[in-house]
Design a protein around this ligand. Structure first.
Ligand SMILES: [Zn+2]
Length: 274
């Protein structure tokens, strides 16, 4: 047998479909021919890939029929031409083996394609699941951070309320927000402070509440901006400016969202002025 003929046996050999003298003969040739060895490796890799495919990788009947028809059509005119044109070079012989090998190769490549598509689709599905899971983890992470934030503020407020240096100021709603209530607590040594407010009206999207310190004989000093939650609560950590430590009025106004340097809106909450 020649190298070319051994090449045709390689597909069958890669699928372990060869036995007897042909298998032994091919094994001998493989020892001597690196090109055939290479080809066999590639074919075995392809076969290995197929083994991972979930669905049985069989060509559909119509595909198989088309292949058979193509082979049949190739054989028919060959005879006709040979009959008409007399002494031509003899066509390379196409025995049943060659046809079988071509069919096997065609089926193998279709099966390989099916296998690749199955793997690819499984990969896409897996990626989608991973993306969804990581979105869930992200959301839960955000919720956890928010809960911890709230808890931290509550603990801070509690510590402040229990501090022997704490000074507590009650804030009352004005005409503009009669049901609003607030408490402002600050540490007279460190100035660490916290505002707790209830019953404030919902804020328009372009506005926010702003806290003001108004020390005696001093113009208002801007504190932090804040919004309320769905139930009208707010808890805001603050730091008293040194000027306000001795004595100051605390007031809340509604301002444009970016904040104001001086109060421009109506007062909603205020500590008694004295
Ligand atoms: Zn060879």
């Amino acid at each position: 047998m020649e190298h070319q003929e051994y090449q045709e046996l390689l597909v069958l050999h890669s699928l372990d479909a060869l036995d007897g003298p042909e298998a032994r003969s091919l094994e001998e040739h493989l020892h001597a021919c690196p090109e055939c060895r290479d080809e066999l490796t590639q074919l075995r890799d392809a076969a290995g890939l197929l083994a991972h495919a979930a669905t049985p990788a069989e060509p559909r009947p119509e595909v198989r029929q088309r292949i058979m028809a193509a082979i049949a059509a190739e054989r028919q005119p060959a005879r006709v031409t040979a009959a008409r044109v007399a002494p031509l070079q003899p066509r390379p012989k196409r025995n049943l083996w060659t046809i079988g090998l071509r069919l096997a190769a065609a089926i193998a490549s279709i099966a390989l394609l099916v296998g690749i598509i199955v793997l690819w689709r499984r990969d896409v599905k897996m990626r989608q699941e991973i993306a969804q899971l990581s979105r869930q983890v992200n959301t839960q992470g955000h919720e956890l951070v928010r809960d911890r934030d709230v808890l931290g503020r509550q603990r801070e407020a509690l510590a402040l309320l229990n501090s022997p240096n704490a000074k507590k100021m009650e804030l009352a709603g004005t005409q503009t927000a009669q049901s609003a209530r607030g408490t402002f607590v600050y540490d007279q040594k460190t100035g660490r402070a916290i505002l707790m407010a209830d019953g404030l009206p919902a804020t328009p999207t372009d506005k926010a509440y702003e806290l003001w310190f108004i020390p005696k004989g001093h113009s208002p000093m801007a504190g932090k901006m804040f919004t309320i939650d769905a139930s009208g609560h707010a808890m805001l950590p603050e730091q008293m400016p040194p000027e306000a430590m001795e004595s100051a009025v605390i007031a809340i106004t509604l301002e444009p969202k970016k904040g104001s340097a001086v109060p421009t809106g109506a007062i909603y909450l205020s500590s008694p002025s004295s």
